[in-house]
Design a protein around this ligand. Structure first.
Ligand SMILES: [Zn+2]
Length: 262
């Protein structure tokens, strides 16, 4: 059983078409980047995703109205320190996928085990179609670090594999080739940290795919699977996560957000 706490590490706004397939391009919607802090039954700490490392990097080439901001008091390391957690105390860093706003801060945790899907890893180090990597921000220096410094602790998992006791990887694809959701047991029931497979509660409740996709077909297949997960789904970028769990701890059963069965 784990406790799951959201840490907001950066915010911006993006055109609706980024969050919603075939959505409008002229409407901007707010998004938040999260790292999820898991505390295990043994008191060990784990992170799922890592948030934004540098606004200068991520904002390069972006129009001003779409710039990311990160509160200097709310960087990932500051938020961990505020909880008395040193980087060395993070046992595992688990990634939903390899986009910048999810994986860029992996090198802050050189002693942590590093978990991601084999499919996602192969999609960046041996891409079958490099053109797919052009459209979003892929931090190649982080992958180089993973090959160099992170290599002894790199663990590549497949669909259905247990990542930690009480935590299972679901390799769904759809958003990126190896996008992975993680089903995590908590005392109040199971939670699925969906990554960018589900950007917002609206994607989930309306069954509306996100705009950034490598496979629409995989998305619908994975969505059907999530609907049978019997778990609370947590989207990756919805500011409403903060509003729903103002104390920071995600507790299933507090909020009913399962999509309606037709
Ligand atoms: Zn992404």
């Amino acid at each position: 059983m784990y406790q799951i706490e959201w840490l907001a590490i950066g915010q911006t706004q993006v055109p609706a078409q980024i969050l919603f397939h075939l959505g409008p391009s002229d409407r901007l919607l707010p998004v938040t980047a999260y790292a999820m802090l898991l505390t295990g039954p043994d008191g060990r700490y784990h992170l799922v995703d890592t948030g934004v490392r540098s606004t200068a990097e991520i904002n390069a080439g972006r129009p001003a109205e779409r710039h990311w901001s990160v509160d200097p008091d709310k960087t990932l390391l500051r938020q961990l320190a505020q909880r008395g957690i040193a980087p060395e105390a993070v046992a595992t860093v688990i990634l939903t996928h390899l986009h910048y706003d999810h994986c860029s801060q992996v090198p802050l945790f050189p002693q942590a085990d590093l978990v991601l899907s084999l499919r996602e890893w192969l999609s960046v180090v041996a891409p079958q179609d490099p053109e797919l990597l052009r459209f979003t921000r892929y931090p190649r220096d982080v992958y180089a670090w993973m090959v160099d410094k992170g290599w002894p602790r790199l663990r590549l998992v497949e669909d259905g594999e247990e990542v930690l006791p009480g935590m299972v990887a679901w390799v769904l694809g759809g958003h990126t080739p190896g996008s992975t959701a993680y089903r995590v047991d908590t005392a109040a029931g199971a939670v699925v940290l969906a990554g960018d497979f589900v950007n917002t509660y609206t994607n989930w409740n309306a069954g509306h795919p996100p705009g950034l996709l490598v496979s629409l077909e995989e998305w619908y297949r994975g969505y059907r699977r999530l609907r049978h997960a019997d778990a609370l789904i947590i989207p990756s970028h919805d500011p409403a996560v903060m509003a729903r769990y103002p104390d920071g701890v995600i507790i299933p059963g507090e909020v009913e957000n399962a999509p309606r069965e037709e």
